[in-house]
Design a protein around this ligand. Structure first.
Ligand code: MN
Length: 403
């Protein structure tokens, strides 16, 4: 049987001409040379090597070792480059010129695709917030009184955002169960996942100038999958009153591929009905639908444990961006903000083990590998795939000997 051409994708391939996500790769022959690539099926197109006349305007942005220059260039350039890449991959006239620039995905190393500026994590699933509230505060109201009036979030640690495939070392830390007399120190015994969707900021904003809901597409370049690893025992002891800290900052994994926002035009959905009127800067009643119909799958040790539906999120990415900047805080190119754990209404749609096991565990064991995948409906029945995010748990560093 002749080898299949990289241009002939299998029926239903989620990385077809409507997806075209961006990443950064290197090859075994030049491991130090990081290049921008676009995924097409099981191949990576080397954007740094596109010959005339396929090279889009602004080709200098594509010669960088990260996506940041392209992110900073703004939406008109994103649109132009995406159209040029699609033409290069789909016009049969270009096949002989493009074929040498396609590397099999299995032959390349994928890197963190952009320099992460600031990292914010939200808490936008009503189902997740309700389930977790009942576990952490069994005697109180599941949702805090602010929850339906503003998208709750916290500032995370940008420097420990890692690309899919990076091992995750179990963190050591302080923990104290309610029945314990005093805190102890040691490896987290309640290491968890959080299946989330991340949004990557391209165009920066100006200090003191809030970004309105309708300016979302001007600023946000694309979407990735996020696993917000969480040490529940460390988190439970430390989080009052200032929120998550060391229980989450040890690692946050992102997919190696950033899928442009344009790829989700056919997947827009109306978010759930609002239970309270929203303040004007968050009121999206008359805005274009801000939800995205992304179907996520969570696999642990190759077993599917959950299928969280992103369309069920109460707060949209546009509302989160508006809220993040309403106080005048500015955006930088490379800012990453994540949705918060995606959990749907059904028990098999929960996005973390804390919820899936109703607080009882088991949590992650050393050696466990966790993989998140997702797809959204595209035009004409096509699927828009997100790059997977995967990570394997390594044992905690050895404890210093007791004095
Ligand atoms: Mn989270």
């Amino acid at each position: 049987m002749p080898e299949q051409s990289p241009f002939d994708l299998p029926e239903g391939d989620p990385f077809g001409p409507h997806t075209l996500p961006y990443g950064v790769f290197s090859t075994a022959g030049a491991p130090a040379l990081r290049r921008l690539g676009v995924r097409y099926g099981r191949y990576v197109l080397d954007l740094s090597a596109l010959p005339e006349p396929l090279r889009p305007a602004h080709a200098e942005l594509l010669a960088a070792p990260t996506l940041n220059p392209l992110l900073a260039a703004g939406r008109p350039v994103w649109t132009e480059v995406r159209a040029a890449v699609r033409a290069a991959l789909t016009d049969p006239a270009h096949r002989s010129a493009v074929a040498p620039l396609l590397h099999p995905l299995d032959d390349v190393t994928l890197h963190l695709p952009f320099d992460v500026a600031d990292y914010v994590d939200f808490y936008a699933s009503e189902h997740h917030a309700t389930n977790v509230g009942k576990i952490f505060r069994p005697d109180g109201a599941a949702l805090p009184p602010n929850w339906k009036h503003l998208p709750i979030g916290y500032h995370g640690r940008a420097g420990t955002v890692v690309v899919s495939g990076t091992p995750v070392v179990r963190p050591n830390g302080q923990r104290k169960a309610p029945a314990d007399a005093a805190p102890t120190f040691g490896p987290s015994g309640r290491l968890d996942i959080e299946a989330e969707v991340g949004f990557v900021v391209g165009t920066p904003s100006t200090l003191h100038e809030p970004v309105a809901l309708e300016s979302f597409r001007e600023h946000v370049f694309g979407v990735c999958l996020v696993n917000d690893w969480s040490a529940r025992d460390i988190q439970a002891w430390e989080y009052v009153p200032l929120g998550p800290f060391l229980g989450k900052s040890f690692a946050t994994s992102v997919s190696a591929w950033i899928t442009p926002l344009d790829a989700f035009d056919d997947a827009r959905t109306v978010p759930p009905a609002r239970d309270f009127p929203l303040l004007p800067y968050l009121d999206d009643a008359t805005a274009e639908p801000g939800g995205i119909d992304l179907r996520i799958e969570v696999r642990i040790k190759d077993e599917t444990v959950s299928r969280p539906p992103f369309a069920s999120m109460y707060w949209t990415a546009a509302q989160q961006l508006a809220h993040m900047t309403v106080n005048g805080a500015s955006l930088r190119t490379g800012d990453l903000y994540a949705s918060g754990t995606v959990s749907g209404p059904e028990p098999d749609q929960r996005g973390c083990l804390l919820e899936l096991t109703e607080g009882k565990g088991p949590f992650l064991q050393d050696g466990d590998e966790v993989t998140l995948t997702a797809w959204a409906p595209g035009p004409d029945g096509a699927r828009i795939g997100l790059g997977e995010v995967t990570g394997r748990i390594l044992p905690a560093p050895a404890m210093p000997p007791a004095p």
